[in-house]
Design a protein around this ligand. Structure first.
Ligand code: HPA
Ligand code: ZN
Length: 326
């Protein structure tokens, strides 16, 4: 086994982490108390026991419920700051963070409160921890496209703080094509584009995300391995895949990590990266994800270093900014 300190010592970028998914049970309880919100669970332990999932939707139900404790700008600051401190401990030097505006605006929390709180922490992270960052706003794919359009409109005053647009939530039955028009609009507004695809959904959704939405990278993309032609396209165009091994295990996308496609993908020449997705819910931050796949798939130091390099290559940093990590 590759020692944990080798993985920890690799400078890494994280390209797939939902800030709402970094809400640890302890902070969740603290924010509930601060905001005088009654929780269904009496203790941190009781809440943690509910973190047992058979599929993506099981997780999403609990994740959206947890997000209800986030109310004020300070709450979003505290959430993001806690993640950044963890990121610092684990050798992350650059992070591209998702947030889900509709999860909050649908509860009456203004988009400005969310963006400003997260962004203030990212600024402090840059100054105090030396971690660079970008923000990615995700549309919830279980909602109608009109709601995504409204979200895009609401975000325009914060255009300078948001780098890219993404697509997440319940994948099956909500193909990328449902969001073609709003992605075209986002692109015209100058946003870079990403989308979750091929996590629980079919390889067809990955094709749609690439050919129709014209995304810059695919979040997850596990299903691509089932289609040789798609693999060839991803390879030729070096479209990054942001894999999340512990998430896949927790949500039963793979039955066990020994069956995870990461190593095969790496050997086929795909630009694969390792990420934590929702670390507070899936049992590990980025290093635990590297360690888990490394142990399950017997990755060498060279392969681990390649994955860390890929994380910069696949990032939205400029070629100049990437250079010092490659
Ligand atoms: N998939 C889809 N939606 C999500 C995820 C995920 O892994 N995490 C948070 N929202
Ligand atoms: Zn995700």
């Amino acid at each position: 086994n590759v020692p944990a300190d080798f993985i920890n010592g690799l400078p890494k970028a994280e390209l797939h982490v939902h800030i709402e998914g970094t809400l640890e049970p302890e902070l969740l309880f603290e924010l509930a108390k601060r905001n005088k919100i009654d929780l269904k669970y009496p203790t941190v332990e009781a809440l943690k026991e509910a973190y047992s999932f058979s599929r993506l939707q099981d997780f999403l139900d609990i994740y959206y419920e947890g997000a209800n404790v986030l109310q004020t700008e300070q709450d979003f600051y505290d959430l993001t700051w806690a993640y950044l401190q963890k990121a610092k401990e684990q050798g992350i030097v650059h992070t591209e963070i998702f947030f889900d505006p509709q999860t909050h605006t649908s509860r009456g929390i203004e988009l400005g409160v969310v963006v400003t709180g997260i962004h203030r922490a990212l600024d402090d992270g840059r100054e105090q921890l030396g971690i660079t960052s970008k923000l990615i706003m995700c549309f919830l794919r279980h909602m109608v496209e009109l709601s995504a359009f409204k979200t895009l409109e609401d975000a325009l005053p914060y255009r300078h703080l948001i780098y890219a647009v993404g697509l997440d939530s319940s994948e099956k039955g909500n193909p990328p094509s449902k969001f073609l028009d709003v992605f075209l609009k986002a692109k015209a507004e100058g946003f870079r584009l990403v989308a979750h695809a091929g996590e629980e959904g079919p390889e067809d959704y990955i094709r749609e995300a690439i050919d129709l939405l014209r995304v810059d990278r695919i979040d997850h993309g596990n299903a691509s391995i089932q289609d040789d032609h798609l693999v060839e396209v991803l390879k030729q165009r070096q479209i990054p895949l942001t894999l999340c091994p512990l998430s896949n295990k927790a949500l039963k996308v793979v039955t066990n990590l020994e069956e995870h496609p990461l190593k095969k993908m790496l050997h086929k020449g795909l630009l694969v990266t390792v990420n934590s997705d929702d670390p507070a819910y899936f049992g590990g931050y980025i290093n635990e994800n590297y360690e888990a796949v490394s142990n399950a798939l017997l990755l060498s130091k060279d392969e681990l270093a390649q994955l860390a390099k890929n994380s910069f290559e696949g990032s939205f940093l400029t070629p100049d900014e990437k250079q010092k990590y490659l």
